[in-house]
Design a protein around this ligand. Structure first.
Ligand code: AMP
Length: 280
């Protein structure tokens, strides 16, 4: 595995490989890698001839500066994990490489970013679009792998690729969970032992919601989730939404005949965790 820090070094490695008709696959990450990330890398390696993984904590997508400051950074452990997962090129640029000058671009995602994460984290998805478009521009992959853990982000990236008409296939990958159901996340490492013990209630509640979807109304389901998250006193519900899985707009009723996704954001102290599950 090659570890490169600059766009120039990256470009020197890539064209040669791509020119031979090889498929370049790309997994963008912010590091502090876990099995969730590695599942994307392994799939990328299986489906492509060259697997490129970026590690870059993108400042423009953090609307909360203390969240950016405490975000875990574990580069040497990350590169070892990537090597073991079959990554060919690890790209770990610093900020000047990605943003040689201030990125003032703004992106229009219609209604996709007006709900859930986009509503609670102003500017977040604009920052995601800035970094993803820049990374896709320098890596020029044919396939790019993203996790359903960040369900709204996947919709945004798919729309970004469509609107910019980028020649890349966005590949959706399922959520990888801890044995107790907690969706794997770099932020899990920041949880206290008590918060970590409480956190599996998030996934448990989502799975219980799946079981109850036929017997409860939407307001009843929302109340059930609010009560289940509050129970135990360590978690605080930010939102629970049932949305159309394609448009991300909240459904009016659980009887709506559209694919439905239940999406949740929960605070454990200062740490914000998100998760989601298909309802029908
Ligand atoms: P991040 O480092 O949090 O920006 O995540 C990089 C990529 O890994 C994103 O496409 C995430 O959706 C994906 N990812 C993060 N956690 C998981 C998980 N538990 N299961 C599957 N994909 C994940």
């Amino acid at each position: 595995m090659e570890i490169v820090k600059t766009v120039k070094e990256l470009r020197q490695l890539l064209p040669e490989e791509a020119d031979k008709g090889q498929v370049v696959g790309f997994v963008p990450t912010m590091g502090a890698l876990h099995r969730g990330h590695l599942s994307l890398v392994q799939r990328c390696k299986k489906e492509c001839s060259v697997a490129v993984v970026s590690i870059f904590v993108n400042p423009t997508q953090f609307n909360d500066k203390s969240d950016l400051k405490r975000y875990p950074r574990t580069l040497s452990a990350d590169t070892q994990l990537l090597q073991a997962a079959g990554c060919d090129v690890a790209f770990a640029p610093d900020e000047r490489e990605i943003y040689p000058e201030l990125d003032t671009r703004t992106f229009d995602f219609g209604l996709l970013d007006k709900v859930m994460e986009g509503e609670r984290r102003p500017g977040h998805f604009n920052g995601v679009a800035q970094v993803v478009s820049r990374l896709l521009h320098v890596v020029t992959p044919q396939r790019a792998y993203f996790g359903e853990k960040d369900f709204q982000q996947l919709a945004i990236v798919t729309e970004l690729v469509r609107r910019l008409d980028l020649p890349v296939e966005v590949v959706r990958c399922p959520i990888v969970r801890e044995p107790d159901g907690l969706a794997m996340s770099s932020r899990n490492a920041l949880l206290s032992p008590e918060q970590r013990a409480a956190a599996p209630a998030i996934a448990r509640t989502l799975f219980a919601a799946v079981d109850k979807v036929c017997s409860l109304s939407l307001p009843e389901l929302k109340q059930f989730v609010a009560d289940a998250i509050a129970d135990g006193g360590r978690l605080k519900l930010d939102y629970f939404e049932v949305v159309n899985a394609l448009t991300l707009q909240p459904v009016a009723s659980l009887d709506d005949d559209v694919p439905k996704q239940a999406c949740i954001a929960v605070y454990a102290g200062e740490i914000r965790l998100i998760d989601n599950v298909r309802l029908t």
